[in-house]
Design a protein around this ligand. Structure first.
Ligand code: ASP
Ligand code: MG
Length: 412
């Protein structure tokens, strides 16, 4: 039997009517001849409610009990989905993580998969069951405790099952109808992409396009799982939505596929750092130990043995970063004059695998920003991406200008 994985996010299973609507989509695939593994999220808002209860009960909570509580939302949806399918005469059975068992590391609330053994679910399909409904976001540790994968983790559960069961495809049903060239709320003419390469999606996912959990895309890329993002609120068929796939499957693509942005960035500069071997390690070591997610880094040319060091990080980590810098310097690791913080910047990126073989993308980008009088504060590049930091107040304007400059409203 060909097998599909179908994942439904929180808004797609928000109430009993929506669970029925999702179950209807599952039934249609069963009628087409598929065995289906359905991965469900908690009904929307449930996980937040459970997290709130844990925090209100115990501010310094035991991570094992946090996972015991927050994993419960998915269990409810899995049972309800199986019941709904049964009411439609589709033979279905629900599975909590430990029943499969979905084996993970014991890193509570940030667990990673170790193995997903197929035997139990395969045996149920062999008995004549058509659907296995699996609770997303959870697993079981080697110690036998319930674990969770980190927020948004059901996407990753879905991809892992698609890999483990050699699924024809992994369909991610959500509240948007696909992946767009940029955020349609900012650019009305943003276009839904039919296909996007894993690497591009990875850049867009980690740059703040919130459709898919970044780890799920990493996993899909590693195991070459064809991933489709589509709406659970529309009539859909096997061509709907956006297919995230290997770049070989994409015949024609533009040089730039999308424009991503990240609103809450901060730029921090350490002035007059004594420039000597080991100074970068001395600064960024404590920042990393403090859990600061440093993104862009620039070191200026040095004069008379001193230099300036600039980096960016999320706005809500500025205080943590300042503390780590002060403590690192007090411990004698490095000296500097002062720290200048600009916490009103945004990061804008253009992404596309076509950049590997096309020159001039940076020039087009900089010209488009210059034409709008937008000053660029920091630039970084990779093989398939160019990112700039600019004043946050120009973020929307910059996204619009770049979307136009690269002609993204038109298909390739
Ligand atoms: N319910 C979990 C969350 O809200 C996992 C998920 O839905 O992917 O983060
Ligand atoms: Mg999600």
């Amino acid at each position: 039997m060909p097998l599909l994985v179908m994942k439904f996010g929180g808004t797609s299973v928000a109430d009993l009517a929506r669970i029925r609507n999702a179950a209807e989509k599952v039934r249609r695939e069963v009628e087409r001849g598929y065995d289906v593994i359905v991965i469900v999220s908690a009904m929307s808002g449930k996980t937040n409610e459970l997290v709130g209860w844990v925090e209100a009960t115990s501010p310094m909570f035991d991570a094992r009990e946090y996972d015991a509580v927050v994993s419960a939302g998915e269990n409810v949806t899995a049972g309800l989905m199986a019941l709904t399918l049964q009411e439609m005469d589709v033979p279905a059975r629900s599975w909590q993580g430990w029943q499969v068992p979905i084996q993970t590391t014991s890193a509570h609330s940030a667990a990673r998969f170790i193995d997903i053994p197929r035997a139990h679910i395969d045996a149920k399909f062999a008995e004549g069951f058509k659907v296995a409904v699996v609770a997303g976001f959870q697993g079981v540790s080697p110690e036998g405790r319930i674990t969770t994968l980190g927020r948004g983790g059901s996407d990753t559960t879905a991809v892992a099952f698609a890999a483990a069961f050699d699924a024809e495809r992994c369909d991610i049903y959500t509240d948007v109808d696909g992946v767009y060239t940029t955020d349609p709320r900012i650019v009305g003419r943003a276009r839904k992409l039919d296909k996007i390469a894993f690497e591009e999606m990875l850049e867009l996912a980690s740059l703040g396009a919130k459709v898919l959990q970044t780890r799920s895309v990493e996993l899909a890329m590693r195991y070459k799982v064809r991933l489709r993002v589509l709406s659970s609120f529309e009539d859909t068929d096997h061509n709907s939505g956006t297919l995230v796939c290997d770049e070989d499957e994409i015949m024609e693509s533009k040089v730039v596929s999308g424009v991503a942005y990240s609103r809450d960035e901060a730029k921090m500069t350490l002035l007059r750092v004594a420039d000597r071997p080991g100074v970068a390690a001395a600064i960024f070591g404590p920042l990393s130990d403090a859990g600061v997610n440093v993104d862009m880094i620039i070191q200026n040319i040095s004069e008379e043995g001193f230099t300036d060091m600039t980096f960016s990080c999320p706005t809500n980590q500025v205080m943590r970063a300042e503390k780590a810098i002060a403590e690192g310097s007090a411990a004698g690791a490095f000296v500097y004059d002062k720290v200048v913080v600009d916490d009103a910047v945004a990061k804008i990126s253009v992404v596309g695998i076509g950049m590997r073989s096309h020159a001039g993308v940076a020039a087009t980008m900089f010209k488009a920003l210059a034409a709008e009088n937008i000053n660029i504060k920091v630039i970084t590049t990779s093989e398939i991406k160019i990112s700039v930091l600019i004043d946050r107040k120009y973020m929307e304007l910059a996204v619009q200008a770049l979307h136009d400059a690269f002609g993204l409203e038109k298909a390739a």
